[in-house]
Design a protein around this ligand. Structure first.
Ligand code: BES
Ligand code: ZN
Length: 850
């Protein structure tokens, strides 16, 4: 158990380590309870450092012996690591430690999953494997020998040699310890090959447990597509003879970019039409790409310290979003990303956990792998690209890759590249990295003598530790439409730098309709008092697909809010008729039409109400959303069958954007149909489904109308041997349960023999779904809060990282009424007061309690 005494690390305190590492030799003798790790490390004083304190990180290690230049030494040990007196010049450190992977339930360091050994070292897990300067600015060449009875023994880099019971690997690229990986087990592989643009042959393998071989083909395709894309778009090719990917069932995150040996949560790589939804396929493609892209943005160029995390994560998320846009539909990807940003990053940035894209302090770095660092971090890259233009961005990236290859860098290094390429001063732009909170952008418009003027005001509400905000650089993409719907000014990028700023568009014969913040060109809350008429106009005529969707989203939100607050009895039927016409337009991409049918989530509505100074009531929000869906289904009743026929896919299953779009639209329509026919169509689709997208959407439609009992039993019977499909079974029952039943359902499912709290996917399936059932989680009697708190306390003792991440379910507690606030505060306080609570969860709950 970690020491819970809070120790804060500050960006401002950075100093380089006193010693560089020339190379590392590790010998790992595997054993479940007594693995031996022998290290031989060549250190030399670092000429760039003043401090000669020789401290090596090490946690939960039993030191057996240590030597310097062959002579035994006795270091001073603490629960964080060791200190030792060392020679003045270069020296060789050797040590042997013992660790117990079988009892490692934190899934950090070396651990076991279904009899296989694997590692997770980011961010600070290597220190649980051996004593080492476990910081990303110490980069070294690793040679690894693994000894164990397993048929497959893998580590980073290229294979050197192997024999019965052993294998040796050498990674020629200097890397930080967080990219170290080792896997051993009885695995089978799905092999392939790739020829790089310079003609080098690379061996590709996806390693899985026997039985999963049939679920690798899609991941392999995605890997090859990613490798080609990074060559074509960024001019970067792969740099080793072999690239291994391993699937593991017990994994805290989605996947990890270890050099030459990516390790994936099996949910993030294994796919087949029968077991995976279209959304799963798309996510797998994106994660494979993301981890592969880290080979350049993260591995070859890494971070100086963990405060610079967005340097690799923001950029790599940006790159994987470009990849998905190229592989699929760019507008659909953009809309999906904005939905996600508003669902996860906005609440974070507007609540007690708000922090800058580059945080300035932390207690536990694992708590900063956040939507802000990742998604807002990617938005910042997108803004930079918009401001400098595509060509200059490409030049800057080439310079970045060339100038910093092999280095551990900072955000300053990154921005300097753009300053050098453009000659621009990016001092103000840098505020995007240091200032937390979501800017609110107000728009006013005026038309006089043929000139249309847009006046913007920006204001960022205070966030923890930052009361005063300075104006940010905002790229605002604007287009103007004539009243007849023609585009009179095509998309133009306005660059706002002041707190208040006006922009003129002259030479217009009549007052135009403005389409502001096209493509969501900056991650802000747009406050624009557009009329309903204007929104309907934009829904019909805007040439920007994002803003057409956005106009509709605003109409949906206004309509729902009007019924929640009682301002209007029913939904806006004029808007619903207009929307139906758009949805019936067969010339439009079905995926895009499916997005138009989406409604703001209940949590998003709560946030919107809160922003208007109205205390959200989860029950009224749920009731209004349900009533809306019912009315919509009834209003559109006559058109549903024809529309549904249009979404039928007759060709063999392909997980591509075209078929997925049809199925997505079909699923939305089926949900509506179920409200009218008692679930007959959904039951038929469930019974005849030959792919998981169809089966699961039918199942959720049935759950929503309370007619899923037999389908749920059949589903369980059919899929009880498949862990990933069973995660869906656990999740949907809770996520779509009527609010009054969600807590009981979650409780009941924890009694199911297949519930296993040590498996993060299964734990998240149950409790992530509970937290996502807005009205269910926020039940007035607080039972949702109590249940989640109970289980987070239990999980924290085994897996602090996953427990701490899930604590963020409480981050919006200040939005709600006094009674709910008191209950959530009590739940958080109970977690905080748990004896032995991890540093991870302690930091999260104390930040939330403020
Ligand atoms: N480097 C991370 C994985 C990671 C995160 C390791 C936190 C240790 C702590 C990896 O590149 C990553 O970002 N994975 C994401 C998926 C990605 C598509 C955004 C994940 O695991 O969710
Ligand atoms: Zn990443």
């Amino acid at each position: 158990m970690k020491d819970a005494a809070p120790q804060t690390v500050y960006l401002a305190d950075y100093t380089p380590f006193g010693y560089g590492v020339e190379d590392v030799h590790l010998t790992v003798r595997l054993d479940p309870g007594k693995t031996r790790v022998q290290s031989r490390i060549r250190f030399a004083p670092n000429p760039e450092a003043q401090d000669r304190d020789f401290f090596l990180h090490g946690e939960e290690l039993t030191l057996l012996w240590a030597k310097i230049d062959g002579a035994a030494v006795t270091p001073q040990l603490s629960d964080q690591g060791l200190r030792c007196t060392v020679p003045d010049g270069p020296f060789i450190w050797e040590a042997e430690v013992e660790i117990a992977p079988e009892s490692n339930t934190a899934l950090e360091g070396l651990y076991m999953s279904n009899g296989m050994y694997c590692t997770q070292c980011e961010a600070e897990g290597f220190r649980k494997i051996t004593f080492y300067p476990d910081r990303p600015d110490v980069m070294a060449v690793f040679t690894v020998r693994i000894e164990g009875p397993h048929p497959v023994l893998l580590s980073n880099g290229n294979p050197v040699d192997s024999g019965e019971g052993w294998a040796e690997w050498h990674d020629p690229w200097p890397k930080p310890a967080y990219l170290f990986a080792l896997v051993a087990g009885d695995l089978v592989n799905h092999p392939d090959r790739f020829t790089t643009m310079s003609g080098k042959e690379v061996e590709l393998n996806i390693w899985v447990r026997p039985g999963d071989e049939g679920k690798c083909a899609f991941g392999m395709q995605a890997l090859k597509a990613s490798m080609r894309w990074d060559e074509e778009v960024y001019g970067r090719e792969y740099d080793l003879d072999i690239f291994n990917v391993v699937a593991v069932d017990d994994f805290n995150m989605g996947a990890m970019e270890n050099k030459g040996l990516n390790i994936f949560n099996s949910a993030a790589v294994l796919a087949s039409p029968e077991t995976s939804t279209d959304a799963n396929f798309e996510r797998i493609e994106a994660i494979i790409a993301h981890e592969y892209f880290h080979n350049r943005t993260g591995n070859r160029i890494t971070c100086r310290d963990w405060f610079q995390l967005c340097l690799k994560e923001g950029l790599t998320v940006y790159r994987d979003s470009e990849f998905t846009s190229d592989m699929r539909s760019a507008p659909v990807k953009r809309i999906g990303d904005v939905i996600d940003l508003r669902a996860r990053q906005f609440p974070e940035d507007q609540g007690p956990l708000s922090h800058p894209v580059r945080p300035e302090s932390f207690q536990e770095i694992n708590n900063f792998y956040t939507a802000t660092v990742y998604e807002k971090g990617a938005e910042v890259i997108g803004m930079l690209k918009r401001l400098v233009g595509d060509e200059v961005y490409a030049k800057a990236l080439t310079l970045y890759f060339d100038r910093h290859d092999g280095q551990a860098c900072t955000i300053e290094d990154w921005l300097k590249v753009f300053e050098d390429v453009t000659g621009r001063d990016l001092t103000q732009f840098k505020r995007w990295y240091s200032q937390s909170g979501t800017p609110h952008l107000q728009v006013a418009e005026r038309f006089e003598n043929g000139t249309f003027t847009l006046t913007f005001k920006q204001r960022t509400p205070p966030t923890p530790g930052q009361d005063e905000k300075l104006p940010q650089v905002l790229p605002i993409a604007v287009g103007l439409l004539s009243p007849s719907g023609d585009e009179v000014v095509p998309t133009t990028l306005l660059e706002m730098t002041e707190a208040e700023q006006s922009f003129d568009f002259g030479g217009l014969s009549e007052r135009p309709v403005a389409s502001v913040l096209r493509g969501f060109s900056a991650p802000v809350v747009l406050e624009r008092a557009a009329s309903r008429q204007e929104r309907l106009f934009l829904l019909a005529h805007d040439t920007d697909p994002f803003n057409r969707w956005e106009a509709n989203r605003a109409l949906a939100q206004e309509s729902l809010i009007a019924s929640i607050t009682g301002a209007e009895a029913g939904p806006d039927t004029a808007w619903l008729s207009a929307l139906l016409e758009v949805v019936k337009n067969a010339a439009q991409d079905p995926a895009y039409r499916a997005l138009l049918l989406g409604l703001p989530s209940q949590s998003e509505l709560a946030q919107a109400l809160h922003q208007r100074g109205v205390t959200p009531d989860p029950d009224s929000i749920h009731a209004a959303a349900e009533a809306h869906r019912q009315t919509r289904a009834e209003l559109w009743q006559a058109d549903l069958p024809m529309l549904a026929r249009e979404t039928e896919v007759t060709a063999p299953f392909r997980p591509d954007a075209e078929q997925a779009g049809k199925r997505a639209l079909g699923s939305s329509l089926l949900a509506m149909q179920s409200r009218l026919d008692g679930g007959a169509a959904a039951q038929a689709q469930f019974d005849g489904a030959d792919n998981m997208t169809a089966q699961l959407s039918a199942l959720t439609s049935l759950i929503t109308i309370g007619a899923a009992d037999s389908a749920l039993r059949a589903f369980e019977k059919q899929w009880r041997h498949d862990r990933l499909v069973m995660d869906k079974w656990f999740g949907v029952q809770i996520a779509y349960a009527p609010p009054a039943m969600a807590v009981e359902m979650a409780g009941l499912l924890t009694e199911h023999p297949a519930f296993d709290m040590k498996n993060p996917n299964r734990f998240r399936a149950v409790f992530g779904a509970l937290a996502g059932n807005h009205a269910g989680f926020h039940r007035a009697d607080g039972a949702g809060y109590d249940q989640l708190a109970d289980w987070l306390i239990k999980l924290d003792a085994k897996n602090p990282q996953t427990a701490a991440r899930m604590c963020s379910a409480f981050q919006t507690w200040r939005r709600y009424d006094a009674d709910r606030q008191a209950r959530m505060r009590a739940a958080l306080t109970r977690i905080a007061d748990t004896p032995g609570l991890s540093r991870d969860s302690t930091e999260m709950v104390t930040r939330m309690l403020g």
